[in-house]
Design a binder for this molecule. Structure first.
Ligand SMILES: N[C@@H](CCC(=O)N[C@@H](CS)C(=O)NCC(=O)O)C(=O)O
Length: 199
């Protein structure tokens, strides 16, 4: 939303405190997951990739051709099935809640094994392409960047993937890039952002 200069307000929900399971949050999002997008008119969107497609529609971040759109969907599904389910729990029990690392060591090893299978495929793609879908930066890069750039916190050594490493640097060097810690908990002053149609 910052890249598209869309005004928004962030409300932090603490997963570790179980806030996603509390009636107050379930009344807003029955799925009980974050992230969750509430539009100004009361409509809502779950799933990060659905939000990306909605927000980017008609903008420079939306893949243009039919083929690039299909490639974006393909890699977003890849991210949700091959990367996120492995990197996220490995990172959770390695870095976010490390006190359970020992008892979870067998599962962490399995998440890492499967996560590496995904990273090999991603590296092969990014060794031949500068961006995930098409020849320019798009929501497909944003989606795949999310967990890939914190894979090290899940015990993944990304130095084995030069294509991925070069792409991570390319994305972070984008002048519009907004780092994760620059948005967490941020309540962005509306005056700084032009409202461009969250309808
Ligand atoms: N596929 C979803 C993932 C949503 C998800 O699993 N969120 C986790 C945190 S990353 C969550 O809300 N967990 C809290 C819970 O299940 O109570 C997306 O990409 O938005």
């Amino acid at each position: 939303m910052m890249q598209l200069k869309i005004a928004y307000r962030t409300e932090m929900i603490d997963v570790l405190k179980g806030e996603t399971r509390q009636p107050r949050y379930l009344a807003i999002n029955p799925n009980g997951t974050v992230p969750f997008l509430c539009l100004g008119d009361g409509r809502t969107i779950a799933e990060s990739n659905a939000m990306l497609w909605y927000l980017a529609a008609g903008s420079h971040l939306a893949p243009q051709s039919n083929y690039d759109q299909a490639m974006a969907v393909q890699w977003m599904i890849f991210e949700q099935t091959r990367l996120e389910p492995n990197i996220s729990p490995a990172r959770f029990f390695t870095t976010i809640l490390p006190e359970h690392r020992e008892e979870k060591s067998a599962e962490i090893a399995e998440w890492q094994r499967k996560g590496h299978q995904g990273l090999v495929l991603l590296d092969a793609h990014l060794s031949k392409h500068d961006f995930i879908a098409g020849d320019r930066y798009s929501i497909a890069d944003i989606a795949v960047y999310g967990y890939t750039h914190v894979a090290g916190e899940g015990g993944f050594d990304l130095s084995a993937y030069p294509g991925v490493m070069a792409w991570l640097d390319r994305i972070a060097a984008n002048p519009d890039h907004v780092g994760m810690n620059e948005v967490s908990g941020a309540s962005v002053p509306k005056a700084r952002y032009r409202r461009v149609g969250v309808k």
